[in-house]
Write a protein that binds this ligand. Structure first.
Ligand SMILES: [Zn+2]
Length: 483
């Protein structure tokens, strides 16, 4: 397979200003040559620009534009894009009952449309790669086929879990509610291991797709599933992604069950490592931050979701100070809301300020953009492959037009882009050397047809979820008291 059919294999983006965090906050004038899906050359001096331009088969004049690395959404659940506007005025534990009920009503066609709908939103926001943490594993191939058609780069992390929240959190339930909740399927170790190996066999090597281990959360896996996680994670071909310490109830119960808490127990059983990324981490203690830093685990900050579900706020300055690798995520449409990393970057920039008296400890805009680019690349297992404008990296690039009302009025520096950037400035997006958005139009797939179909299928899903929602409504009050 090659990207040649969908785009030119040799294109020079001329006369842009390049965002290269390693050289500072000022974008530098220059041009980028893309060949065979990779950045073949970065031209800075006049002479380099002339020489490199002469090598290209096609030249795209980008005068006045900012060229930045594509943003990476390192915690995302594609299925949620069809669930906008469903229950999101509850904390995580009762909220999860609703999202599970809706999720059961999804079929292969709904999943296909959910993936493409999310891709359209992300591409328009300058997001070129996502980590799709995917619960509905029987639809994994449908999701992956849609991801491939979307033009995006995807790290696909199917769930496994076999311990329910009411079991771990010891929530007292009437027997009929408990029985109904426990009629949901639980992963078995042999089946889970086979799923990961088979999906990896089928999909690794597809040019923009990788398969990750996606255990739902440490406390949601029994010892046999943890053993599958540990065994497969030793294979350098597998990165892993999981939820960690999202709510206070999880942190408190973790300290009761395991001496030293959840993170210490994960370290003890050998699950922490450089190929692991963890979403949320809201309730991490400084000592747990040290442990994650020592093992090189990436924490994916998902502030919009943490605010919407009332989970709390990640201690970002403390983690930065300890050298914990960090990335950013949007989570689910029915929890975090928009798949807009500009919004998430602004939240990461602002949220720590009221509680951090020393302004020098506030996250710098450059550090925040790093989280959304190289940090995300590390989380999805593509460190050194994407995230920078540098020869040899794959060409995941975003052209921003800084002349619109949102960005006009100041030089387009990194702090300015982080504070004032938005989808409105995203003019064109290239992924793996192929244009997926140009002049405001998505080229990778038929967006208008998808939007019409998504509206119809979303109505069907809401109707089909009816019976499951009755159980969610009955059970929710018991879960609300667990915090
Ligand atoms: Zn999540």
């Amino acid at each position: 397979m090659s990207g040649a059919a969908a785009g030119p294999s040799s294109v020079y983006l001329a006369n842009a200003r390049l965002v290269r965090l390693e050289t500072g906050n000022e974008p530098r004038p220059g041009g980028v040559l893309v060949e065979g899906g990779s950045i073949a050359a970065v031209a800075l001096t006049d002479r380099e620009q002339r020489d490199v331009r002469a090598r290209a088969r096609e030249v795209v004049d980008s005068t006045g534009m900012i060229l930045m690395p594509g943003l990476v959404n390192a915690h995302y659940h594609s299925y949620g894009t069809l669930l906008k506007g469903t229950e999101n005025s509850l904390p995580l534990e009762p909220w999860a009952l609703y999202t599970v009920a809706y999720g059961r009503a999804l079929g292969a066609e709904a999943i296909r449309l959910a993936v493409l709908l999310g891709a359209a939103e992300m591409i328009r926001n300058g997001v070129t790669a996502c980590l799709d943490h995917f619960p509905h594993v029987r639809w994994a191939d449908a999701a992956l086929t849609a991801h491939e058609a979307s033009g995006m780069r995807v790290a696909f992390a199917p769930f496994m879990h076999d311990v329910f929240d009411h079991e771990f959190l010891q929530i007292a339930l009437p027997p009929e509610i408990r029985a109904a909740l426990e009629s949901a399927p639980r992963a078995d170790a042999t089946g889970a291991e086979r799923m990961y190996r088979e999906l990896a066999g089928r999909w690794h090597g597809h040019r923009r797709v990788t398969i990750l281990l996606g255990p739902n959360a440490f406390q949601r896996c029994s010892p046999p599933l943890l053993e599958v996680w540990r065994r497969l994670a030793r294979d350098p071909g597998f990165h892993a992604h999981t939820h960690l310490l999202e709510t206070r109830a999880q942190a408190v119960r973790g300290r009761v069950v395991w001496p030293g808490g959840t993170v210490a127990e994960m370290a003890r059983v050998g699950l922490l490592g450089e190929r692991l990324s963890v979403a949320h981490g809201v309730w991490l203690t400084p000592e747990e931050g040290d442990l994650l830093a020592r093992h090189g685990v990436t924490v994916v900050h998902s502030p919009a979701s943490n605010l919407m579900l009332g989970s709390g706020r990640l201690p970002l300055p403390a983690l930065l100070e300890r050298g914990v690798p960090l990335a950013l995520g949007t989570d689910s449409s029915n929890s975090g809301g928009r798949h807009d990393l500009f919004e998430v970057m602004r939240l990461a920039l602002m949220l720590p300020r009221p509680d951090t008296p020393e302004p020098r400890a506030w996250p710098a805009p450059r550090r925040v953009l790093e989280m959304a680019t190289t940090g995300g690349a590390r989380a999805i297992g593509r460190a050194g492959v994407v995230g920078r404008i540098e020869p040899g990296q794959r060409a995941d690039l975003v052209l921003l037009d800084p002349r619109g009302a949102g960005l006009a009025g100041a030089p387009a520096t990194v702090p300015h882009l982080v504070q004032h950037g938005s989808a409105a400035a995203v003019a064109s997006v290239m992924i793996d050397g192929v244009w997926v958005l140009r002049a405001g139009r998505i080229l990778a797939f038929d967006e208008a047809a998808m939007l019409g179909q998504a509206a119809a299928v979303s109505a069907e899903v809401r109707a089909a979820a009816g019976p499951g929602l009755v159980l969610a409504e009955t059970a929710a009050p018991f879960f609300q008291r667990c915090g």
